[in-house]
Design a protein. Structure first.
Length: 58
């Protein structure tokens, strides 16, 4: 599997998760933006950059 094929497969999995009505995520503005981001990744137009999460535990 080439890197482009792997990226497309990961995008498909992410889209399937975001569009799953059981989670209720597909109704939020954040999920709508993520779906658009993943659609662009799937088409090879961009890479999705997820910012690092800051550790808040002390």
């Amino acid at each position: 599997m080439t890197p482009a094929e792997q990226k497309a497969e990961h995008a498909e999995m992410a889209l399937a998760y975001l569009r799953n009505a059981a989670w209720g995520l597909n109704r939020t503005p954040h999920a709508t933006r993520l779906i658009g981001d993943w659609e662009r990744v799937k088409r090879g137009m961009t890479t999705l950059v997820i910012p690092a999460m800051k550790e808040t535990c002390s």
